[in-house]
Write a protein that binds this ligand. Structure first.
Ligand code: UDP
Length: 370
């Protein structure tokens, strides 16, 4: 008889949600985490009275009622709505692409019809969509592509927009209304006491161990539980036998400033290629915090190699094909369940990770678990 029903590797959303539901089903779990803290990249830390999003902005949004009521068991959310600003040279523009953006870029555009006509004129050369550049121009025309998309995307991903999959740009809403909300979802907000507290509440009563790298002692950890829920990189799990999957990495530079309000908004995107960072976040604005001083973080895109943090999967055709081979191997391992952004090699938002953890819990424990 093993000591645990499930060994859960990784304490981000997938592992933590699954652990919570497994406990609810009466299962005994051990959760291990290689970092010194739980919560994955959603981890927050309080500094100088400001809740800092240590691994970049995490704004929770969903249209799924079940996901929203699930997370609300563990945290109260504030009424934050993400309305980022894009800075290009000496001008600022509203995001996502909406009537405020169009009327600022095109002085002769005020109505939705005028914006649509302008876009139709600028995108008429696009006959077929095979990459991000064609997708972007067909959606918003060449001016917006050049000012707000090309530079940002190419530094973010480290490759030409012509070599990137079209779906990435479709993450952003495109609206013909004067509405600066970056998301279309029904529910949105930030946990008032921080994400870390929310994870602590979700994991209450579950055995957990930080600074514990599964691969340092795989045999031992495997011996503890009947099943493993693995949320790390799938290529690493299979010892890169089909080669490495590509990721994009990031690094962050945090500064504590004496001034009280550095940029007047939580997120400013820097869309010129020449500026080395993609965005600056000012953490206090996520929380409507009026305290003295402020903390900002610059987010720099970076190439990925073994040992660096794999933030974004690069879901082009070549990598997706490699992933499929790993996914087929994964199917053969009946005692290991794979989930989350790294194990599914998928550019997931937080709510989608939760939905996929729900699906796995339903498979394991039945539909009543949610
Ligand atoms: N994007 C852009 N300009 C912007 C913001 C985003 O061109 O000012 C593009 C870029 O290609 C980026 C994608 O839209 O990778 C998705 O942006 P999102 O904000 O969803 O990225 P995330 O928050 O996941 O890093």
């Amino acid at each position: 008889m093993k000591k645990y029903d499930y060994l859960i590797v990784g304490s981000g959303f997938f592992g933590s949600v699954f652990a919570n539901l497994a406990k609810k089903a009466g299962k005994k779990c051990l959760l291990i985490e290689k970092r010194s803290h739980i919560g994955g990249n959603s981890y927050t830390e309080e500094k100088n009275g400001i809740m800092v999003h240590v691994y970049g902005a995490h704004i929770f949004h969903t249209s799924n009622e079940k996901v929203w009521s699930f997370v609300n068991q563990f945290a109260s959310f504030n009424h934050f709505i993400n309305c980022p600003i894009a800075k290009y040279k000496d001008e600022v523009y509203n995001l996502p692409f909406n009537m405020n953006t169009f009327s600022k870029i095109w002085k002769d555009v005020i109505t939705p019809k005028e914006a649509k006509d302008k876009i139709a004129l600028q995108s008429k050369g696009i006959k077929e969509i095979t990459n991000l550049e064609e997708q972007a121009i067909s959606l918003v025309g060449t001016d917006i592509y050049n000012i707000l998309i090309k530079g940002y995307t190419e530094k973010q991903w480290g490759r030409s927009c012509k070599d990137l999959p079209a779906f990435i740009i479709k993450r952003l809403p495109l609206r013909f209304t004067y509405d600066n909300n970056y998301f279309n979802d029904r529910y949105q907000g930030i946990p008032i006491e921080g994400y870390t507290k929310m994870f602590e509440n979700m994991l209450e009563g579950i055995d957990q161990k930080c600074n514990a790298n599964y691969f340092d002692n795989k045999e031992y950890y495997d011996s503890l539980a009947t099943k493993v829920v693995y949320t790390g990189a799938i290529d690493e799990f299979f010892d890169y036998c089909y080669g490495e999957l590509a990721y994009r990495s990031l690094y962050f530079k945090e500064s504590v400033l004496e001034e009280d309000n550095f940029q007047g908004v939580a997120v400013v995107n820097y869309t010129e290629k020449e500026v080395p960072y993609t965005r600056i976040i000012e953490h206090k604005h996520f929380a409507f915090n009026n305290c003295k001083g402020t903390i900002i973080t610059k987010e720099y895109p970076a190439s990925w190699g073994k040992g660096k943090e794999p933030y974004y999967p690069i879901n082009d055709e070549n990598n997706n094909n490699i992933y499929e081979k790993y996914a087929n191997l994964a199917k053969e391992k009946s005692n290991v369940l794979f989930g989350g952004r790294l194990a599914n090699y998928k550019y997931y938002n937080m709510d989608k990770v939760i939905e996929s953890a729900f699906e796995m819990a339903i498979q394991e424990f039945g539909a009543n678990i949610i």
